[in-house]
Design a binder for this molecule. Structure first.
Ligand SMILES: Cc1cc2nc3c(=O)[nH]c(=O)nc-3n(C[C@H](O)[C@H](O)[C@H](O)COP(=O)(O)O)c2cc1C
Length: 198
């Protein structure tokens, strides 16, 4: 019996030509090469209102939050590639995680989407900081949601020049960083997975 970890990959930006989307593309390729079963999603497919507890009380958790919660629950881990906004988490990503953290049930079944999940993190920016400061906050938010976050991370600075014509990293050091994030994520996801594939 072996375990093929299922990893959900998404970016924390919807911008056309987003560096974090290109970074998520690299992560997706590396995870697949390392043997993971990868599902790629865009948060554009899960639009959500700004978190508002009055709205939550009146209408409940939006369907898109439940749909995303189901996706997360169906995977062993997540790879998130995000920009930083003012040295922190972009509102799209924070709002999405906040809504998903409010999911408790799927119909009559209890659903804790983040329970027992592991995440790997990447960042990107055209600047020198490479979005790394935002990852400290993203890491803390995920840990508050009880997601385990692996230590290696991959941050792409000067992202406008970082990708070649195939969408791969030009820099060998970045390639190795991404491999290390993916290796750590897969390793941990395997240990935490309860699914065995014959
Ligand atoms: C509100 C706002 C705040 C930003 N703050 C930062 C920042 O703190 N550090 C940084 O490197 N870039 C910052 N940027 C620039 C973004 O990193 C840049 O637009 C990046 O390309 C966005 O990520 P994306 O390419 O994945 O969409 C900021 C952009 C916006 C709109």
């Amino acid at each position: 019996m072996r375990i093929i970890p299922k990893i959900l990959v998404f970016a924390g930006s919807l911008r056309s030509g987003a560096f974090s989307i290109s970074t998520a593309d690299v992560a997706m390729k590396v995870l697949a090469l390392q043997g993971a079963e990868v599902t790629r999603i865009s948060l554009a497919d899960y639009p959500l209102p700004i978190m508002d507890q009055d709205l939550e009380k009146e209408k409940g958790v939006p369907d898109n939050a439940l749909n995303l919660a189901r996706q997360i629950a169906a995977h062993d881990g997540m790879l998130i590639a995000s920009p930083e906004y003012n040295a922190s988490i972009p509102p799209l990503l924070k709002n999405t995680l906040d809504w998903v953290s409010r999911v408790r049930r799927d119909g009559t079944r209890a659903l804790k989407p983040f329970e027992g999940k592991v995440a790997g993190l990447c960042s990107s920016s055209d600047g020198n900081f490479a979005g790394v400061r935002g990852l400290y906050h993203l890491r803390a938010v995920l840990m508050a949601c009880r997601v385990e976050v692996v230590t290696p991370q991959c941050s792409v600075g000067r992202a406008g020049e970082a990708f070649d014509e195939n969408g791969d990293f030009r820099d060998e050091r970045l390639r190795r960083q991404m491999e290390m994030v993916c290796e750590a994520l897969i390793e941990r996801a395997k240990m935490m997975s309860t699914r065995l594939v014959p």
